[in-house]
Every structure is written in structure tokens, then in C-alpha cells.
Ligand binder design. Structure first.
Ligand SMILES: [Cu+2]
Length: 131
């Protein structure tokens, strides 16, 4: 099956609300991962979610602030074969191994501060603050 992909060409320095970043997703003809760009698998992305790209062995940004009811989508943006996970320290969510170009989403219904890490690389840590 051929998936639809969109190039995430806006950089990875900040969490990007999909709606606000719509103008950045202009390369709709691209297929599959490409070196140096992050391709967001739209099949796996919840509309309106906050995107946390994973690149250079880091969640970028490491902390996002959202409101209860919002969804965070992690996307592996590595340009090699490095796989990552998003795994809550309190076990409230755990992604499968995400190969580059794949995504995982989790909806936060409760307020609070949620710390998480990457299983293969425990030094990779992040935080979701739900207000
Ligand atoms: Cu990792």
C-alpha cells in the first residue's frame, strides 16, 4: 500500500500545531522518507494535534504545553535508520518502535505533567504539560 506523505519542511525547533503549519505542508507529491527532511505520515496523524519531531536523538522540543483533550503526535524525523519510542515514565502510554517516517499519537485527557523517554535511548527525555 502506498501511503500519502507530506514533507515537514518548516524545521524541527518547535512544536508545530498542524493547523497553523498547514502552509508548510506544500510538498504533497513526495513519497517516502528523504534525507534531511521530515515527512509526516498523514495517515497516522490526528488533525489538530501538536507535533513533536524526533531528530538527532532528541525530542524537539523536549517540553510541550497543551490543553486537556489535545493530542500529541511524535514523528521520527531521523535521516538514518534510527528508531525511537515515546514511553511515559508512569506507563500511561507507550509507542511501538518508530522507524523514521512513522508517527505515534496520544491524547491527553487529564491535566498534569507527564515525563517520558525513549526506550532504546534512555537519555532521550521529554515532558508534556497538560493545562
Ligand atoms: Cu531514541
Amino acid at each position: 500500500m502506498r501511503h500519502a506523505w507530506r514533507a515537514l519542511a518548516c524545521g524541527t525547533a518547535a512544536a508545530i500545531a498542524l493547523a497553523a503549519a498547514a502552509a508548510c505542508f506544500s510538498d504533497r507529491s513526495a513519497t517516502g522518507p528523504a534525507t534531511g527532511t521530515c515527512r509526516l505520515p498523514i495517515d497516522e496523524t490526528v488533525p489538530g494535534s501538536v507535533v513533536v519531531p524526533i531528530s538527532n536523538f532528541a525530542f524537539q522540543p523536549a517540553e510541550v504545553r497543551i490543553h486537556a483533550g489535545q493530542t500529541v503526535t511524535w514523528v521520527n524525523c531521523e535521516d538514518d535508520a534510527t528508531a525511537h519510542t515515546s514511553h511515559a515514565n508512569d506507563e500511561s502510554w507507550s509507542s511501538p518502535l518508530l522507524s523514521p517516517g512513522t508517527a505515534f499519537s496520544h491524547t491527553f485527557d487529564q491535566t498534569g505533567t507527564f515525563d517520558y523517554h525513549c526506550d532504546p535511548h534512555p537519555f532521550m527525555t521529554g515532558r508534556v504539560v497538560v493545562e
